[in-house]
Design a protein. Sequence first.
Length: 344
Amino acid sequence: MEKPAVQTQPSTLPFFDTSHAFNLLRGIHELRAERKFFDVTLCAEGREFPCHRTVLAAASTYFRAMFAGTLRESAMDRVVLHEVSGELLGLLVDFCYTGRVTVAQDNVDLLLKAADLFQFPSVKEACCAFLEQRLDVSNCLEIQEFAEAYACHDLADSARRFALRNIAELAKGKEFERLPWKRLLEFLSDDGLCVDKEEAAYQLAVRWVKADPQRRLHHWPELLQQVRLPFVRRFFLLAHVESDPLVYLSPACLRLVSEARAFQSSEYDRHDRPCRRMRPRPSTGLAEILVVVGGCDQDCDELVTVDCYNPQTGQWRYLAEFPDHLGGGYSIAALGNDMYVTGR
């Protein structure tokens, strides 16, 4: 008779309490409500906030450095903070114990500054999210400057992209004329500047310079370098650009105009001089396309159409159909933006 198999029980049982973090936070909050085990008091503007050092140090690297290092505050029972208001300090202390904070229009700027100073990254991110949701033409420039000052890179990028998309509306206000020249230079050099034609980018630069010519004229050649003059219409280039004293009195600007005219006359290809000026802005609708002339279909039947493919949009478009007399064979050559088809 066979002996029954003996089932061996595992010697360990790994266990993880998924609610432990929540319960721990709730317990700490209860200790605070019961005023138990406080070991430090933070003070600001006459208001006092009894706290636990370990909670502050765990929530903020600023307080960790203050209490865990050799700073004199590490041995103090009462720490006075001068860089923050009592109201904002109360919000941050509450956040340490609850993980919650209310961001509002009337506190977001100061709360972000305090979160940056006392190193509460998640509170800072919440403030950035609040500001990003409220971006509009009236505040995007100010928010971009504010975000850059406090190293809010994602918010600064969102504000910049908003400004680029809405540059036409921005340019209607007086605030545009007060832009720092480096900001305008940044906008003009960006492929994302949303103008329906490159002439609009030129007019933005001219308007900014003429708002204060004595102080801004020396910036003009560098600004004009960011305008994609090769993609300005020939008539506009002659009637408005070359005839402007800002241009014809500046040898550097005249060289840019000559470059544009040479490009438009097909004296060289944009790949011969790779630079930002030789790249059309996507918003203008100008793009290099792939033109397919004739060929064969999947059944090896000869095609008599001309189609193009735009790699920016991923779309094919019908252009034309061959005349009947080219059915027997043809040759193709391209010069500038023109294509020539010869055949018998």
